[in-house]
Design a protein. Sequence first.
Length: 495
Amino acid sequence: MTTPPTASPRTTTAARSGTTADPVTRRVSARVRILLWLLLVMAVGLVSVATTTRSILLRDVDHRVNGLLAQEAGEFANFEERGVDPETGRPFTDPSRLLREFLVRQYADPDEELIGLVGRPGSTPAQFSQPRDIPVALPLHKDPDARRRIFDSPDSTGTLHRASGEVRWAKVAVARAGGDTEAAFVVAFHPGREQAAVNEEFRILLAISGVALLMMTGVGWAVSGRILKPVRLVRTAAAQLTEQDLTRRIPVHGRDDIAALAETFNAMLDRLERAFAAQREFVDDAGHELRTPITIVRGHLELMGDDPAEREETIRLVTDELDRMSRIVEDLLLLAKAERPDFVTPEPVQLAELTADVYVKARTLGERDWELAEVADVEAGLDPQRITQAMVQLAQNAVQHTTPGQTVRIGSRADGQGVELYVADSGCGVQPQDAEVIFERFRRGTSRRGARGSGAGLGLSIVRAIAEAHGGRVRLRDTAGGGATFVLALGEGHT
């Protein structure tokens, strides 16, 4: 009997949650990443500064040592050329006496040795040196092998690497004084102590850099947390958002990029809230307004008999209700589409030509006294199709609330703040209590303006949506002599 494999707790948990059992990748927060990059840059910068400082100090040591060697060698060469033996009063002829007299007159600097060498090539030369304590394990004047290597070297300067430390030297050969005897003046410098001081300063700089990095860690952690606080608020707000609650907003402080991010996020939430509100309003309005015609259609169809006249009347009524339902659905879809960014497509439009086109199209809506009042001879950035739709709707509204023979005027004007297109009728006007509600959906006002139409109360809502999509608004004014004037005020500055 085969025992079925037992699922691991991890697999069981993944299956229960509906996810695969892939390894969980831990996310590194932006705060940690910013801090790590900051510390990396700071560490590279501080180490570079410390290393560069050490290189500069070591170079200064080299320059000082080279200068000291050149100075001592030059002084000996000058003494050899111009010096006079105090016993004879004449130039030196004995190299040994020359070296002794010169060394007696000199005082070596710390870590410096002044040595006179006399002998033959290949042998250990005799020396004359100043009795000075050198803080190294094996000074040059106590190292015969090193003295011989320097004495035999054909170079005038060099560096001697020994187990006890580095020696920098310069040599001035003395002219032969007869036979095979040779002599040389050697100035040697032990740079180990100064180099050790430079290395100690380098270690101190590294220690200070480490302390600075620790301090920068604390400061960077606090500052990055403060800077990224709005980002965390955005993340928290996004996690708490639901379709039922879109009211949460991010508090905006300052005028930096983080504040701009919070403002952009808040603007996105505003758009989402409007979109969801429009969606809910569309569903509510559609359900409310379509319920009545559906009930009427169903009732007539249920009561329809076999009489041809009755069937014809029922079909006419049903068709009329279906047409009204179709118009309501199209208007609601149009209003829902008004929340989209591509609802209008502005382009340069000659306002005079657009006004004339609207006037020609509106004249076919009814037998009224149509007048083209005025036109603005300017170019404006508008969506000509949407503006024509709004103006024709206003003209249709004027026809519905006037009688044959009454005047309806169409015109446009421009000022420094924008442009206006208007439709003015000579009907009975709009009651003050209706002026605030007639632009809302399915609101027709409480009083009749002439012959009441059969619309669903969405026409003026569509006009308002088109105006607001252009960055303007629709306004209601009284017409001189009686009537109402609806104005599309487009452009900034209109209130």
